[in-house]
Structure formats: C-alpha cells, structure tokens
Design a protein around this ligand. Structure first.
Ligand code: GLC
Length: 486
C-alpha cells in the first residue's frame, strides 16, 4: 500500500493519540509513493556500523535515561499561522507554503517581518525543565528552507534576512548548558522548498518529477545538498560548543541516494558522541526509530526509539488549532511509551512573537508536577517485564495493514528498575490491585506518592497476589505502586 503524505498524516492524527497503529509504517521514508532505494552496504560506514556495543551503550546512555524531551517547531510559518490570502489552509502549520502552493518570493518575504522579540530562551528551557523534560530538539531549518540560526552558508536566515538579528539556537544552547539539559537540532536535509534543487514531497496537484510549484525551486539536488545542506550542517555541528547532542533529520526522498547520504555521514562521523535518527535516507538506519503521532504496540525491541507527537494537531503554530490533548492523554502517552522502552518527544509551537501558547505551557507544567512526585518510575527505567497489560490483538478486527488489530487496554502500565518494578495505575482499581503473576519475587510494596513509604498489605494466593490499596487514588491520572523486588 502506498499512502500520500496527507493521507498518512490524517490517519495518524485521527488515531486517538496513543492508540497503536501496529506496524503501520516503519518505513516512514517510503510514504512518498516513489519507492526509496535502501542500501545495506555503504561506501561510507556510519558510526552505528563501526562502534562496539559498549561504545553504543555509552553514546546512547543519556538518551535512554531521559525518556521525555521537548520538540520545538518554530519558524516563519508561525507568521501566517495557518492562514494565507484570507483563507484557512488545511494541514499542519509548517507545511503552509507547500499546502497553499505559495511561490518562493512571497514566502521568503515573510522573513522581513520576523521579529520575535518575546523569544526568551531562559523561559523556554525553564519550561522544559518544569515539565520534567531532559532534552530539547528545535527546528534549525524546516522544509521551508529558512535557517533559524546564524548561517554563513546561505543568506536566507534569521540574522541576515530578518530584523531580529539574534540567533535563537545560540541563546538556547547557552541556557541548556546553564540549566543542565541537552539540546538537539532538527534539520530538513532533503526537502527545501525555497532553495533551487531542494526536494518536495508530493502534495495536491504538484507535478512530477520534482513536485515543485514554482520554477524558482528547480535545480540540481546534489548541488543544493553540497552548497546549502551540508555546509549548514557543518555550521550547526561546529558553532554551538558541545551541542547538538542530536541531529534530527526528516522526510528523506529518493533523491537522497546512498552516495549523497554518505557525504552527510562523513560529516556526522566527525562528531562521535552525536545521536541521529532514522530519517537521513540513503538506507542509513541511524540510532533511533521515530514513530510519528503514535506509540508502537510493542515498542521496537532491539532498537532505540522516540515517539514524536503534536500537543494539538499541528507542529508549527496555527492560530485556529485549539484541539489540545488533555494532560491526562499526554501523561498516559508518556507512561505508555516508557513502559515500552521509548522516549516521548512532545512538541510545542511558539508563535511569531516567540511566546509559547498558554494552553501548551499549562499542560507541560502539569506533567512536570506529576513527574516531580513520580519521576523515579519514568527516568532511567526499562520496559515492562509483564507485557500483556498494554492490550491484545483482536481475534476479529483487522487493522489498516490487514493484520489483527491491536486493542489497547488502559488499566495499568509497568516500568522496571534494578530492584523495583513500578505499576502505573491508570484506573484506580478500588481497595485491591490484583496481579496474576509477578516477574520477580516481591518483597514489599508502597505508593510512590507516599513519602513515608508505608508498606501496603500483600496477600499471596493460588491466583497471584493482591495488594491492598487505600480507597482514594493519590493522583487522579496515574498513581504508581513500587514493588520492591529481589
Ligand atoms: C514530518 C513533517 C513535519 C514535522 C515532522 C515531525 O515529517 O514533514 O512537518 O516536522 O514530521 O516529526
């Protein structure tokens, strides 16, 4: 089956935020309809192919422990914020140029108005910290080609083309360092709708072979790559001190041959602590799987992964989008993802002023309050030792892919530490919580919210164990039981 990108985004956004679309699309790169060649052998070996398992563990350690990060989609698209020529443009906000077929010149002229004087790096990093997030990934350049940083390689950037004259990435890097969290850069290496030769995904009636909608976009892809994308990646990798900790690639097309991707990999290899995702293209697997807008039913055994999700229905700010997920849904996503061994990269979309919309701030702060009490059951934990609690495959219903549909259950989730097993109760079961079996011997149990760690009564019988609970849940969304195990 091939899906257009729009259909894909629609399906994913329509799925309840955390309902698993099992295996719906592991190969995000192949959504484009044009099959993308993948190569198993590369001229240029990536770090993942050459390092030892120990080296990999050490490189990935902070990421595996982090569990929760902030995605920031911010750029010129925050100015039209979903409206162009007096019309609401359907689709995600940062795609407005493509979705409304805006020619290059008028889109580029947005830069002259971009003056986000309310941008406050300390405030944004502080918000991430307050939310309990351990890293930030921000759009250094999205598909619209506008660099949100000081670039010498291409003049269409926030210093040279906009009145703002500040480099938000520099300011964020300084604040992340000061407040002790990691910073990563999203970089659209393949699609670039304002640089000649940059690729474009197929949208609406845009015509093959390049799906451009303005002849100013035409040109040679390899030339674009060598004259803009690679030089800008070099800048991003060398001008921000110990950051970026992550380079987050996106939307590879068939233009990104193994050879061209290899030219990027050569640059990445100069930074041996760097983590990069599976969206470079050219057959490179990268470090992380990147399920978008869903949680894979079984996680990705054997692979590191990160589910990225919008907080409403758009990544880049859209004035009309108030369809915010509830704090309950967001927290459940975080817990669900942690229980399957992944990270949650939750997006915010700052406005053209630089401010973060207040419904986003409120939700993030509430998640942080929960993590303040219950973070021990999330950070640095491993996936569940149980497995069946997340749901089961339907005997009768089929999913999009024709395979049995995964029906999630939302009673509880579990995460694992060395001598502890955490049970996140998403529904308060009343006075007793029952487990048919336990993967380890349980020596004691208490509620994580109870500072005195008062032991709860455990009754063992032929059917498993019963844990006696107080009548009232300590938390209305998720209360955590700590099973002390040997
Ligand atoms: C995509 C989109 C995009 C967004 C990203 C986040 O592939 O093209 O606009 O940045 O997903 O995962």
């Amino acid at each position: 089956m091939t899906w257009s990108r729009r259909e894909f985004v629609k399906v994913c956004a329509g799925a309840a935020s955390s309902v698993a679309i099992a295996d719906s699309t592991r190969a995000f790169a192949q959504l484009q309809g044009d099959k993308i060649e993948t190569a198993n052998t590369h001229q240029v070996h990536a770090i993942q192919d050459t390092e030892t398992p120990q080296q990999k563990d050490s490189r990935m350690r902070w990421f595996r422990e982090a569990r929760f990060g902030m995605f920031i989609h911010w750029g010129l698209y925050a100015i039209p914020a979903g409206r162009w020529d007096g019309k609401d443009i359907p689709g995600i906000g940062e795609w407005i140029m493509n979705n409304a077929s805006i020619p290059v010149a008028p889109y580029k002229s947005l830069a002259a108005q971009f003056n986000p004087t309310k941008f406050d790096a300390a405030g944004i990093v502080g918000l991430a910290k307050a939310a309990g997030m351990k890293y930030i990934v921000i759009t250094a350049k999205h598909h619209d080609g506008f660099a949100m940083f000081d670039s010498k390689a291409d003049p269409f950037n926030i210093i040279q083309a906009a009145p703002f004259k500040r480099d938000p990435l520099k300011e964020l890097a300084a604040e992340c360092r000061r407040q002790g969290i990691k910073l990563g850069f999203y970089y659209s290496q393949d699609q670039d709708w304002t640089a000649p030769g940059g690729a474009a995904y197929k949208t609406g009636d845009h015509q093959p072979p390049a799906y451009h909608w303005d002849s100013a976009q035409d040109g040679s892809f390899s030339k674009y790559l060598r004259s803009k994308a690679i030089p800008q990646l070099r800048e991003l990798l060398s001008d921000y001190g110990d950051f970026p900790a992550i380079v987050w690639f996106d939307t590879p097309t068939k233009d990104m041959t193994p050879e061209l991707a290899g030219e990027i990999v050569k640059v990445l290899n100069e930074h041996p602590r760097l983590i990069w995702n599976n969206r470079l293209g050219g057959g490179y697997q990268g470090d992380t799987e990147t399920p978008e807008q869903y949680v894979p039913a079984q996680g990705f055994p054997g692979r590191d992964w990160e589910s990225c999700m919008t907080i409403n229905d758009t990544w880049g700010y859209k004035q009309g989008d108030t369809n915010f997920k509830s704090t309950e849904d967001l927290l459940r996503n975080l817990i669900d993802i942690a229980s399957k061994g992944g990270n949650y990269l939750l997006n915010i979309g700052p406005m053209a002023t630089g401010e973060v919309p207040s419904p986003e701030v409120e939700r993030l702060r509430k998640i942080g309050q929960w993590l303040n009490v219950n973070g021990e059951a999330v950070y640095g934990t491993k996936a569940t030792l149980f497995g069946a609690e997340a749901g089961s495959l339907s005997a009768t219903q089929k999913g999009e892919d024709g395979k049995p549909k995964f029906i999630p259950s939302w009673k509880w989730r579990s995460t694992t530490a060395e001598k502890k097993v955490y049970i996140h109760l998403l529904e308060w079961p009343g006075s007793v919580f029952h487990l048919d079996s336990t993967p380890r011997t349980v020596a004691g149990v208490y509620l994580l919210a109870d500072k005195s760690k008062k032991q709860l009564r455990i009754t063992k019988n032929a059917h498993g164990i019963d844990i006696s609970l107080p009548e009232q849940a300590p938390d209305p969304i998720a209360s955590v039981l700590v099973l002390e195990t040997t």
